[in-house]
Ligand binder design. Structure first.
Ligand code: SF4
Length: 375
């Protein structure tokens, strides 16, 4: 760990580099805690380039936490639709409502209060408090941990609890407490642009002379790989109804939430959002799907429904490798299912849906186009 003059030079060089080369990102033009918070939540598990248009649209529709708290959950999810990990949007809204109820609508500036908000952990709390309020909290996430592991040539699983605690001490010690918000962003920027997971660009690095990993020639090998959970293969079948005017049926977000869902628990796979009738299968998908439709009370014509297979859809969610077999079912009149909504198949995203559901819709639409071409 650096100390004294070396530490001062390290900080000076990293900050100078950040001030000159930082990316021009919309959330860096404000210190409004609401905007910083929205950006930090969107950036979890999502690339910067993908977040920018969502961030701008979201803030246009919900310019402050009062607007977010007052909106319907459905509308919040619709504005989030396509970003994935929808619990983030639900928690964002719940937290906005809690801030209004318990903090008079002002984003809290004490760490204990921020950590009480749904969806906010240590990293996000430190990021918001340092950037918006200049509170002296150092951030630590996978990105910063990688930089620290290389700087200190730290081996082993960084997420092992003792090692993670050491990394927290290390990030605390590096923190420049005169500009904590800028410092945290500089560390994150280094990890995002130069000290990237593959091929770190050490020749351009402003703190290369302090990097033990580089000196030892092992920077690219750090952090060492974690043991991965084995991939679980999941097979699903989905029913995509369509009537003569191109309308389809989507089922509402599942009400039941299992506390310990199995890997093929459909509500989790569709992100607890609007979805096509879908079932997990391990035999003949059509038989299984017919049985599922029967359970949904789709009695009329069930036996005579014609299932046209669409191209299989592949999707990955954490450790799950999902294959969906969508079946297009053309009907004169869409069946009635309690709670279901009719929407144009071409526009399933008028309701909040998961990426999996979008892919199924696309595959079903491609079936129609190729069927039309072959006619
Ligand atoms: S020298 Fe290379 S490995 Fe070390 S911090 Fe800089 S970019 Fe990362």
């Amino acid at each position: 760990m650096l100390k004294g003059r070396e530490l001062a030079v390290f900080r000076k060089q990293l900050l100078a580099w950040f001030r000159q080369f930082q990316r021009n990102l919309p959330w860096r033009r404000t210190r409004d805690p609401y905007c910083v918070w929205v950006s930090e939540i969107m950036l979890q598990q999502t690339r910067v380039a993908a977040v920018i248009p969502y961030y701008e649209r979201f803030l246009e529709r919900f310019p402050n936490l009062h607007a977010l708290a007052a909106a319907s959950e459905e509308e919040v999810l619709r504005m989030w639709s396509g970003l994935g990990y929808y619990s983030r949007a639900r928690n964002l809204q719940k937290a906005a409502q809690k801030i209004i109820a318990e903090h008079g609508g002002e984003f809290p500036s004490r760490l204990e209060d921020v950590l009480e908000l749904p969806g906010i952990g240590n990293y996000t709390a430190a990021a918001i408090l340092s950037i918006a309020f200049e509170e002296k909290h150092a951030v630590l996430d996978g990105n910063v941990a990688r930089v620290l592991a290389r700087l200190g040539a730290i081996r082993g699983d960084l997420y092992a609890s003792r090692r993670w605690q050491e990394l927290q001490k290390s990030t605390d010690a590096y923190l420049d407490t005169t500009v904590p918000g800028e410092w945290n962003q500089a560390m994150m920027e280094l990890g995002a642009t130069l000290c990237t997971p593959k091929s770190p660009q050490c020749l351009l690095c402003p703190v290369a002379q302090f990097c033990e990993g580089r000196k030892l020639g092992i920077a690219e090998l750090l952090p060492e790989k974690r043991k991965k959970r084995g991939t679980v293969e999941i097979h699903l079948a989905a029913a995509v109804f369509s009537d003569q005017s191109g309308q389809t049926l989507l089922l509402p977000p599942p009400q039941e939430r299992s506390t310990e869902p199995l890997a093929d628990y459909v509500p989790t796979l569709v992100s607890n959002l609007w979805h096509f009738p879908t079932i997990s299968v391990n035999g003949d998908p059509v038989t299984k799907l017919r049985g599922h439709l029967r359970k949904l009370q789709i009695q009329s014509q069930n036996g005579s429904l014609h299932f046209i297979p669409a191209e299989k859809v592949r999707h990955a969610v954490t450790y799950r490798a999902i294959t969906v077999e969508p079946f297009r079912i053309s009907v004169k009149k869409l069946p009635r299912i309690t709670g279901a909504e009719k929407v144009p198949l071409r526009e399933v995203t008028v309701l909040p849906v998961s990426n999996l559901t979008r892919k199924v819709a696309r595959a079903a639409l491609a079936t129609t186009s190729s069927a039309a071409r072959n006619r």
